[in-house]
Design a binder for this molecule. Structure first.
Ligand code: 6GU
Length: 216
C-alpha cells in the first residue's frame, strides 16, 4: 500500500520537520503509513529576491502573501498528489473537532496544508482551497501550529500508528465528549499522595465503575 502523503507549504518548513520528526509522527513515517513532504514557499517567490509578500490594495497595516507564489506552490504539491485535499488554516475557518479528525483519518486522500504568515493572504488563493479550518477562538501569527495540530489529530487515528489497538478509542474525545479518567503508576504512595484504593484492589468491575464515574 502506498503511504498517504501529507504536504505543507510554509515559509518555515523547519517547524514541520522538527515537530513531525519525533515520537508517533516519526513512527508513522517510519512504518510507511504516512509520507510527509514540506515545501518552502520562499522557493516559489518572485524575482532574484524571491518576493512572497506585498502591501494590501486599499491600504492598511502589514503585508499579504502574494497570489503567484502560493498558486505555484499549491500547483507543485498537486503534481505530487493530484487528488490531495487542500486545507487552509485560518481563524475564519470552520472549527476543527475530533469528529472531523476521525473522518479525515478514515479518508484516504492526501493533504496539502497552506500556511499563511504576515497579515494574511491574497483572497484569490481561496479558489484553490478545499477547506478552511480554525483551531479555536484566538489568533496566531501563522498557520503552521494549527496545521501541525490538525495533522497530529488525524495521523494518530490512522490504524497502526498508535501502539495499543484500542488506546486511541478509549482516550479523551474519541467516543464522544467525555473526558478521560485519571491514571496512576508506581509508586502507590508518593510524597504523601496515595493512589486511589480501588485501582489496587484487582476488582475489575469496581475499577471500570470508578473510571466511568471519574470520566464524567
Ligand atoms: Cl487556523 N490560524 C491562525 N493564524 N490563527 C488561528 C487559527 C488558525 N485558528 C485559531 N487561531
Amino acid at each position: 500500500m502506498q503511504p498517504r502523503i501529507i504536504q505543507s507549504i510554509s515559509l518555515f518548513p523547519e517547524i514541520f520537520e522538527a515537530t513531525l520528526g519525533v515520537s508517533m509522527m516519526w513512527k508513522a513515517q517510519n512504518k510507511q503509513l504516512i509520507q510527509f513532504q514540506h515545501h518552502n514557499l520562499r522557493e516559489f517567490g518572485i524575482g532574484p529576491r524571491k518576493q512572497v509578500d506585498d502591501t494590501p490594495y486599499g491600504g492598511g497595516d502589514g503585508m499579504l502573501l502574494k497570489p503567484e507564489p502560493l498558486f505555484a506552490a499549491i500547483e507543485a504539491a498537486k503534481r505530487i498528489d493530484p487528488d490531495a485535499l487542500v486545507i487552509l488554516p485560518t481563524p475564519r475557518g470552520e472549527r476543527w473537532r475530533q469528529k472531523a479528525a476521525m473522518s479525515m483519518a478514515d479518508d484516504t486522500h492526501g493533504l496539502i496544508f497552506v500556511c499563511a504568515r504576515y497579515e494574511g493572504y491574497d483572497e484569490r488563493v481561496t479558489t484553490l482551497i478545499d477547506r478552511q479550518v480554525s483551531i479555536g477562538d484566538f489568533v496566531l501569527t501563522g498557520g503552521e501550529l494549527p496545521a501541525l495540530m490538525i495533522i497530529d489529530s488525524v495521523v494518530r487515528l490512522i490504524p497502526g500508528v498508535l501502539g495499543g489497538a484500542t488506546s486511541a478509542e478509549i482516550e479523551s474525545f474519541s467516543d464522544g465528549d467525555n473526558l478521560e479518567f485519571p491514571q496512576y503508576t508506581r509508586p502507590a504512595e508518593f510524597r504523601g499522595m496515595e493512589v486511589p484504593e480501588v485501582l489496587l484492589s484487582g476488582n475489575h468491575a469496581a475499577i471500570e465503575a470508578w473510571r466511568a464515574e471519574q470520566a464524567g
